[in-house]
Design a protein around this ligand. Structure first.
Ligand code: ARG
Length: 262
């Protein structure tokens, strides 16, 4: 995670961002601290990457890299505003013991568009990550990649429309079908017949930007419908307020990069 020390909305690179809407950086910081404290309370370890002045979106650490079993594929951002973040995150990986690190040649917004199920790497494109990043990820990380096409600009990253509830050989996901092309919806139905299907209200509060450890599922506090569906399937929703971060199009998952050990 990376603290929102310099968080603002001063440019607009997705439909959630309106530079005319005031942002309360202190409130964003306290919401971020609450999110970090939830992870700590649930028994997870949180590493913190130092924030950098002039990079207001660096709080969205999910975009920093994709880590699977010790291998790292770094990031390459679509827009000039975020491009310098990639080098700061690369430095963090290399000084924290991640030797097997490759920087991508295609535009690749990391876990914004890549979701690891434990057996497949689901890979989004349509708005940010270049489709060419998908075979590149397969080659570098050595895992099978499934390409999915996003079609609604509000759901510009895969992690705004889908997240993994359980990893493994028989993973389970939650997703909002309407964010995907017709072909990708068919693929998702085939791969995940028992998925939790979200509705428009769940998606509109960025409820699909969830983080699951297989039991506890951290969600924006407005995602009450999705939380009820998850409870029925035996999960424990943990709701938290991310209202300031949502002004930039972010939620719990955007603030969280997962260091997948396997
Ligand atoms: N303002 C940021 C952007 O548009 C938000 C990124 C959110 N991150 C994510 N993983 N969806 O790039």
């Amino acid at each position: 995670m990376c603290p929102p020390e310099y968080f603002t909305v001063e440019y607009s690179i997705n439909p959630w961002m309106d530079p005319d809407t005031p942002v309360d950086t202190e409130l964003a910081m306290s919401q971020w601290q609450q999110l970090r404290d939830i992870y700590l309370r649930l028994g997870h370890t949180v590493d913190v990457v130092p924030a950098q002045p002039g990079l207001p979106d660096m709080v969205f650490a999910a975009n920093s890299g994709t880590v699977i079993a010790g291998k790292v594929l770094g990031a390459r951002f679509r827009t000039d505003e975020r491009a310098p973040e990639a080098e700061h995150f690369r430095r963090w990986f290399s000084t924290n013991g991640y030797r097997d690190l490759v920087m991508p040649s295609s535009v690749n917004e990391a876990e914004g568009d890549f979701a690891w199920t434990g057996s497949l790497l689901l890979a989004g494109s349509g708005f940010r990550t270049d489709p060419g990043a998908h075979p590149e990820a397969q080659e570098v990380l050595g895992v099978p990649v499934v390409s999915l096409k996003l079609v609604d600009p509000r759901y510009y990253h895969l992690d705004t429309a889908l997240f993994v509830l359980n990893k493994g050989e028989h993973p389970r996901v939650a997703y909002y079908p309407e964010a995907f092309s017709a072909g990708s919806q068919q693929v998702l139905r085939r791969l995940f017949p028992d998925a939790v299907i979200a509705d428009a209200a769940d998606a509109e509060c960025l409820g699909l930007n969830g983080v699951s450890d297989g039991r506890n599922v951290v969600l924006p506090r407005e995602a009450t419908g999705l939380a009820r569906s998850l409870e029925k399937r035996g999960y424990e929703p943990v709701l938290t307020d991310v209202s300031e971060l949502r002004k930039s199009g972010g939620g719990p998952k955007c603030c969280t990069m997962e260091l997948h050990a396997e």
